[in-house]
Design a binder for this molecule. Structure first.
Ligand SMILES: NC(=O)C1=CN([C@@H]2O[C@H](COP(=O)(O)OP(=O)(O)OC[C@H]3O[C@@H](n4cnc5c(N)ncnc54)[C@H](O)[C@@H]3O)[C@@H](O)[C@H]2O)C=CC1
Ligand SMILES: O=C([O-])CC(=O)C(=O)O
Length: 310
């Protein structure tokens, strides 16, 4: 199993580290545009192999896609992150050109690759890859909801004063400060609805903290987060590489599901060796449907800024 990660910055390197530590891939190739940067990150990570006990071979390449040939899975993290006070949408001008050229180079050398898009604004970047490549729709996946759901579970565990492993919950919708739809109604502690333990106000506070999870960390760190993003991507890579058939909220191209069309937005999907093997349609209540509709309008507005010539 060969995994390429484009962008050896904070998220790309964190993802490479978690993929290696989980020890399911034979090979990880890191690619960056900065001379020797990916090679350096790869060497540093390889020097942890005997300490962490993994056998994955990690190599680096400076913009040389021949080294990525025949990758099974490729992760795109190349591009700029936001600074405090910015929205993810403001990154579109620079990141769209990068994502377009990177996806085309990847496919040139790995025509059967499955691509996971991370660069922001992620739903729009995922849509861009659908519109500008000929990959089948199941092989283009946007990562946002897996991270947002992990943050939701963290916030719920704080409120419930319990370990995050006791909590189940999911965030769908756009991966943006206003577009996320945390499904509080369906969140549980060991199958018991969280409303049994928390007031409506506290649950709403958890949802609001979740939505601005990325912005909160960007303010604290001066750039956006990388540990949880890297871990979230590694879980998607593992689900595909190991054909796990696990369910994650991912940004998927919708063609009528959830009453939405012609956009990529976070919905529950089953991930296995074929990438997105199924989009799962859950019954939303009227308030959730309205939030999903509003979120889709925000994503479509950002998509409208793209130049979609192939
Ligand atoms: N979807 C999500 O949930 C998340 C998305 N992100 C996004 O991921 C992206 C990366 O974030 P970080 O790793 O923190 O940024 P970073 O600045 O640490 O790393 C980005 C890397 O991309 C490289 N790069 C730029 N253009 C390139 C090209 N044409 N080819 C190859 N490499 C290129 C840069 O040299 C840099 O090393 C940002 O757009 C950020 O907003 C970050 C966290 C979560
Ligand atoms: O907040 C950002 O810009 C990066 C990101 O998408 C996240 O951490 O959720």
């Amino acid at each position: 199993m060969k995994v390429t990660i484009v962008g050896a910055g904070a998220v790309g390197a964190s993802c490479a580290e978690y993929v290696a530590i989980k020890n399911f891939a034979s090979e990880v190739v890191l690619v960056d545009i900065k001379e020797d940067y990916a090679e350096g990150k790869a060497m540093d990570l390889m020097q942890t192999a005997s300490l962490m006990g993994f056998d994955t071979k990690i190599t680096g390449a400076t913009n040389d896609y021949s080294k990525t040939a025949n990758s099974d899975i490729a992760v795109i993290t190349s591009g700029i992150p936001r600074k405090p006070g910015m929205t993810r949408e403001e990154l579109i001008g620079i990141n769209a050109d990068i994502v377009k050229s990177v996806s085309s180079s990847l496919i040139e050398h790995s025509p059967n690759v499955t691509i996971i898009v991370v660069s922001n604004p992620m739903d729009t970047m995922t849509y861009l890859v659908h519109k500008t490549t000929n990959l089948p729709k199941n092989k283009i996946i946007g990562m946002g909801g897996a991270l947002d759901s992990a943050r939701f579970k963290y916030r719920l565990s704080e409120a419930l004063e319990c370990p995050a492993s006791d909590v189940e919950g999911m965030v769908i919708g756009g991966h943006s400060d206003t577009g996320m739809v945390p499904l509080s109604r369906l969140a549980t502690r060991n199958s018991v609805p969280v409303s049994k333990f928390l007031s409506e106000d506290r649950i709403n506070q958890v949802a609001e903290d979740t939505k601005v999870g990325g912005a909160t960390l960007t303010k604290m760190l001066g750039t956006s987060a990388w540990y949880a993003p890297g871990a979230a991507v590694s879980s998607l890579v593992q689900a595909i590489a190991c054909d796990q058939k696990k369910m994650f909220p991912c940004s998927a191209l919708l063609e009528g599901e959830y009453g939405l069309n012609d956009l990529c937005i976070g919905v529950p999907v089953i991930l296995g060796k074929n990438g997105i093997e199924k989009i799962v349609e859950i019954d939303l209540d009227e308030a959730e449907k309205a939030k999903m509709k509003e979120s889709s309008e925000g994503v479509k507005k950002t998509n409208g800024l793209l130049d979609l010539k192939k």
